[in-house]
Design a protein around this ligand. Structure first.
Ligand code: AMP
Ligand code: ZN
Length: 513
């Protein structure tokens, strides 16, 4: 999988596998130089697991690689904070509500309600995200903050004859969209039984494959008033609506895990294209699933690994693993091949990260000398980028990384000016493209007098909020929380009290209706 076109560094071509065509294609943004990218985010009913993060990291690598060749990226990734259903991976979504299930679980007991639960896990997601040194999306919209837009889209789809109301909800009519099934290949009803487990029975549905845009349910834990009464939106709807809102009617790349191809992405295409009359996304990128030690992750098997547990320090019940070694492990397999996460690989990557840190030290601090390896270091740097441009070939990029590190370490007793500069450029590329250098450490911000003052103010506000909660004045508690958030701070409630952190670039939080 070497990119043979890559002889000319001045016009690098980024190639990705497109599920739509089943080919590796050059990525040519609709608007030259500007890449519009939407990546499906998590449902926040528990800590995100390392499989979720493997998929989110594919998105992160797409953005980093695109930026490295000078593309301007417009990157949106949502948070699904509406309790969609355990059967939402079937076309018309039946089953139990995930948030409600989580709330009634052992871990859920500490939350006052589903809103509290969703907010807690959304905050934890942001924390894990930054611990893995992942690029913050330009916009991170939340489903619950875009209900009005979703209702308006459903109304438009009814008006244009693509959707209809029944006693149980509003359904998208797949017969009204001729391309339904183009992405996944599920083009007739014949293979429906393979992709569905339990169909919600509604005799009024025109076609068994029609999927829910709005569910009527006045008893649901999260419900909104709509022209069809109390209820909540179908899960597939939020991504179409938020992509349209923040990226426009036509986007370049849309991504997610392989399980999202059908029905989620198929339904997104149907909704967005019926609404706009234009092609929605031109490149669809899907990440194959991660397993742990050769087995599917499952809580019952005890092999369910979260980033939270792996990287939190021992005092907070975690395993204290260096997040950069975890990141390197999660990106080390090619995204289009199933990945087997093992602790052996993680251990090997801890060593690689140590050597990477030593090479940073050599590039900065080694005494001047007469080494002569600049050409080898530059070749490793070019090979690394070429591999990433070649459908994110991370195994090849990591081979180039290790080669570059090894070469730099040969200069530890003396490095020439030319080699030092080549080493610095190489390490800067490793930082920007692979994102495995995080010297600041997101959990240990440097303290200054100003920071201390800020911290004292926040602690005082949290204390006031706690007192308001204790006296059951929830309106006051909420207004203090809002005030804190307006100061650019995320509040994370935990069994040991509220924790907080400063945020710098999370947009979408205020994107209310
Ligand atoms: P969810 O929170 O279930 O909506 O999942 C968030 C993202 O993680 C989606 O893009 C899923 O396709 C992806 N995902 C879920 N499980 C895995 C896994 N084991 N390996 C890789 N990606 C996964
Ligand atoms: Zn989505």
């Amino acid at each position: 999988m070497t990119n043979t076109d890559f002889s000319n560094m001045s016009s690098p071509v980024f190639r990705l596998h497109n599920t739509l065509s089943n080919r590796i294609e050059p990525v040519e943004p609709l608007e030259p130089g500007k890449l519009r990218f939407y990546s499906c985010g998590p449902t926040v009913y528990s800590y995100a697991h390392i499989g979720n993060f493997r998929t989110f990291l594919t998105a992160d690598l797409i953005v980093r690689t695109a930026r490295e060749i000078g593309l301007e990226t417009h990157y949106v990734s949502n948070i699904t904070d509406v309790g969609h259903l355990t059967e939402d991976d079937v076309a018309d979504s039946g089953g139990e509500d995930r948030m409600a299930l989580a709330l009634s679980s052992k871990e859920g007991k500490r939350f006052a309600n589903v809103w509290d639960l969703a907010r807690f896990y959304a905050n934890e997601l942001l924390r894990d995200w930054s611990r893995l040194n992942m690029i913050e999306p330009d916009v991170r919209p939340r489903a619950t903050e875009h209900i009005a837009q979703q209702i308006r889209t459903v109304e438009a789809l009814i008006d244009s004859g693509h959707a209809y109301e029944t006693d149980s909800g509003v359904y998208f009519s797949v017969d009204a969209f001729k391309d339904y099934g183009r992405l996944s290949g599920n083009i007739s009803g014949d293979n429906l039984s393979e992709t569905t487990r339990e169909l919600v029975v509604d005799d009024e549905k025109r076609n068994v494959r029609d999927f829910a845009l709005w569910k009527k349910d006045p008893k649901h834990l999260m419900q909104w008033y709509s022209p069809w009464g109390w209820g909540f939106p179908g899960w597939h709807l939020e991504c179409s609506v938020m992509a349209l809102e923040y990226l426009g009617e036509q986007i370049d790349i849309h991504g997610g895990g392989e399980d999202l191809i059908f029905p989620h992405h198929e339904c997104e295409i149907a909704q967005a294209e019926s609404y706009s009359g234009k092609q929605f996304a031109r490149y669809w990128v899907h990440t194959r699933f991660l397993q742990v030690e050769g087995e599917k992750m499952a809580k019952s098997k005890g092999n369910f690994l979260t980033v939270h547990e792996l990287v939190s320090d021992a005092a907070s019940g975690g395993r204290g693993i260096n997040p950069m070694a975890l990141r390197l492990s999660l990106i080390s397999g090619h995204y289009r091949k199933p990945y087997n996460f093992t602790f052996d690989t993680l251990r090997a990557n801890l060593k690689h990260i140590e050597r990477l840190e030593q090479s940073l030290d050599v590039a900065r601090n080694a005494p001047s000398g007469t080494s002569d390896v600049a050409a080898r270091i530059t070749a490793a740097s070019e090979r690394l980028l070429a591999a990433m441009l070649d459908d994110l070939n991370t195994p090849e990029a990591i081979a180039a990384l290790l080669d570059g590190i090894k070469t730099i370490l040969t200069c530890k007793d003396g490095i020439s000016d030319e080699d030092r500069s080549a080493a610095q450029q190489f390490l800067s590329r490793v930082d920007s493209v692979l994102g495995i250098i995080n010297e600041e450490g997101s959990d240990s911000p440097e303290s200054s007098e100003e920071d201390d003052e800020f911290a004292a103010t926040i602690e005082e506000m949290l204390d006031r909020r706690q007192r308001a909660r204790a006296s059951r004045d929830f309106a006051l508690a909420d207004s203090i929380r809002n005030e804190i958030e307006e100061m650019g701070v995320e509040v994370m409630d935990s069994p040991d009290g509220a924790k907080w952190k400063r945020i710098t670039s999370i947009q979408g939080i205020d994107a209310g209706e």
